[in-house]
Design a binder for this molecule. Structure first.
Ligand code: GUN
Length: 298
């Protein structure tokens, strides 16, 4: 039986510290400010964005949401981001992805001032993470949160441990691999073209699954005692709950993996809650840096 890694509790602790940090900064006359921008009507994105804005308010931040129509032009969006770059009350800017097809996401991301890029998607932040200048970078929220969960069970120094990241996205897989490498793990990035993924996983002390394929990682792929971090959130049919019902599962076959792993994140309640907590942590860090202060450890 594996130790179940409680992401909800870890996220609550971070949010408590962020709220305290915001209070402290306010005594110095600075209120951390987060601007969230959404273009179009995608219902899932609307839900995500609303919860980010709400959480920012709960942390005591100045929270602004810009909801723009689907037919917003790329130039109009660039112009809004430039306004937010200049706004001293805003320390973090998040443009929700995906953007409508007529807008070039890279151009928008690179328009965001790197010091306000709380998603950590700007090439400057990507580069700082890749070169090990993590203390100066803003790190993408999901891998940053996953890394804190790994540290919670394995400590900060992963020397001698092997880690496999399944998935090579810019949002999760690649930054996750860089964080693990910076913590001295021996890192493999596996993906859809990897031969014998099962064998690659069986060697790993730490497995991070971020592929978006329900229950793809099987229990028999897991090395006994390994730490399993499941980044996937997939909705699948659940006829056992009644006709037309669904349930959330990760990229890992949890019921099987849990019997073999040393520690494992559940879905929901694992990495998911950490993502939004790290967004708040990044915003606080950006606000601290804007006023010339170091980022406190969370
Ligand atoms: N869409 C899905 N996840 C994310 C995220 O982490 N940041 C942004 N900006 N958009 C997303």
């Amino acid at each position: 039986m594996a130790q179940i890694i409680d992401g909800k509790a870890a996220a609550a602790k971070i949010l408590e510290n962020v709220t305290k940090g915001a209070e402290e900064l306010k005594t110095r006359g600075v209120t951390p400010g987060l601007a969230v921008v959404i273009v179009g009507e995608d219902p899932a994105s609307q839900v995500y964005v609303a919860s980010k804005s709400k959480k920012a308010t709960e942390c005591g931040f100045h929270s602004v949401q810009h909801s723009l129509p689907e037919n917003t032009s790329e130039d109009e969006l660039v112009s809004l981001v430039e306004d937010l770059n200049r706004d001293p009350a805003i320390h973090g800017i998040l443009v929700q992805l995906p953007l409508p097809k007529h807008i070039n996401s890279d151009r928008i991301i690179y328009t965001i001032a790197p010091e306000k890029d709380v998603d950590g998607f700007h090439i400057l932040n990507v580069g700082m993470l890749g070169t090990g200048a993590i203390a100066k970078a803003l790190v993408p929220c999901t891998p940053a949160g996953a890394m804190l969960l790994i540290e919670g069970v394995r400590g900060k120094d992963l020397s001698g441990l092997s880690a496999v990241v399944i998935g090579r996205s810019n949002i999760v897989g690649k930054p996750m691999a860089n964080l693990l490498l910076a913590a001295n793990a021996t890192v493999t990035i596996a993906h859809s073209r990897t031969a014998d993924l099962a064998a690659v996983c069986r060697n790993a002390d730490i497995v991070v699954a971020a592929v978006g394929r329900p229950q793809m990682v099987k229990g028999e792929w897991i090395k006994p005692g390994a730490t399993v971090i499941d980044v996937g959130i997939n909705r699948i049919p659940a006829p056992e709950k009644g006709e037309g019902k669904t349930r959330l599962v990760g990229d890992v076959d949890y019921a099987e993996a849990e019997k073999v792993a040393g520690s494992i994140t559940p879905v929901p309640g694992g990495v998911g809650p950490m993502t939004i907590a790290m967004l708040m942590a990044n915003t606080l860090a950006a606000a601290n840096r804007a006023s010339g202060r170091d980022t406190p450890d969370l």
